[in-house]
Design a protein around this ligand. Structure first.
Ligand code: FO1
Length: 314
């Protein structure tokens, strides 16, 4: 079976551990990963979501922080701060910087981000195919107090405390899906939407022209996982993002935001947590099962539920 997963953020990376565990060596997994969080800092191109997935699946992620490298040191960060080099609110670890140096050098030499990601994955061997959503530059900006700022400034510097009026995916209207993205969707037997932030992780992927249309118009069943359990996000600050869109912070709110494929939306099936068993999304089959990704085996069980919901045999 060929499985395509739309994913972003640390939740997306942890979900992919479960997808890989479920797939073992019998099924092919392709992750299409958000790059709207990307930024250039100190001249280096940083791809937080691609790196979170690559390090997590490659066994190199810091387990507490969820982002960046384990066994990290921060000498370069301290030295930059002594020069007063801004931004000081975004920390790059020494080991992590090696990844950004290689990526930036390869991009400057003319390689597309998809090829650079493939090259970096030769070291990390994530066991699945990692594709950026686009090879073009797209940045998520947050409009707050009538002014736009980069998503990372809002998220990291202000801890999402400034009320977001809206999110803008700068460049998305011009961007094309990265090499391999549309083929992977067209050839998929199953498409999963990870329990990632629906606004700033999944939203930018769907904003790239052609991706939502391919998912909606393809033959593969589309099963989503709710990132909300009860009235709170599984992790992160999705509640602050949903508020900006006037979407209710609930499994039902997010499910209805994605909508039924039969009604021009995305979903055939919607996995919600057992506490959200009352969830109704018109035109979508809802299945309530525990959705806490407590470990790899439990996350793999969630994936098995999605496969069954899609009516596919494992
Ligand atoms: N998150 C933080 O809270 N503080 C940081 O200084 C920070 C640095 C950082 C550097 C590289 C990287 O790949 C991720 C980093 N993150 C940091 C995480 C990142 O801001 C977000 O968690 C994701 O973009 C959301 O998916």
């Amino acid at each position: 079976m060929r499985i395509v997963v739309l994913a972003g953020g640390i939740g997306g990376a942890r979900f992919l551990l479960g997808v890989r565990a479920w797939a073992e060596n019998h099924h092919q997994v392709t992750a299409i990963v958000n790059t709207g969080d990307d930024l250039v800092i100190h001249g280096l191109r940083i791809c937080p979501d691609l790196d979170s997935v690559m390090y997590t699946l490659g066994g190199g992620a810091d387990p507490e922080r969820g982002w960046g490298r384990r066994d990290e040191s921060w000498v370069v960060k301290e030295e930059l701060a002594r020069y007063g080099a801004e931004p000081t609110w975004f920390g790059l670890g020494d080991r992590d910087i090696a990844t950004h140096l290689i990526r930036t050098r390869m991009l400057a030499a003319g390689y597309p981000l998809s090829a650079v990601t493939e090259a970096l994955c030769q070291r990390w061997k994530p066991g699945i195919r990692l594709l950026p959503m686009t090879d073009d530059r797209v940045e998520t900006h947050v409009v707050t107090g009538g002014q736009a700022m980069h998503f990372q400034e809002w998220w990291v510097r202000h801890r999402a405390s400034l009320p977001a009026e809206r999110f803008v995916f700068v460049g998305a209207d011009q961007a094309k899906p990265a090499a391999g993205v549309l083929d992977a969707i067209a050839e998929a037997d199953l498409i999963l939407i990870a329990p990632s932030n629906p606004v700033v992780s999944i939203g930018p992927i769907l904003a790239i022209s052609g991706i939502a249309e391919a998912v909606r118009g393809g033959n593969a069943p589309v099963i989503g996982f709710s990132p909300i359990i009860g009235d709170a996000p599984v992790r992160g600050m999705a509640d602050r993002c949903l508020a900006a869109l006037d979407v209710k912070v609930s499994a039902e709110g997010v499910g209805q935001m994605y909508g039924a494929r039969s009604a021009g939306g995305l979903l055939d099936g919607w996995l919600v947590d057992s506490v959200d068993a009352e969830t109704e999304v018109p035109g979508v089959t809802v299945l309530a099962r525990p959705l806490w990704m407590t470990d790899e085996a439990e996350t793999a069980r969630m994936v098995a539920d999605a496969v069954a919901l899609a009516g596919l045999a494992s």
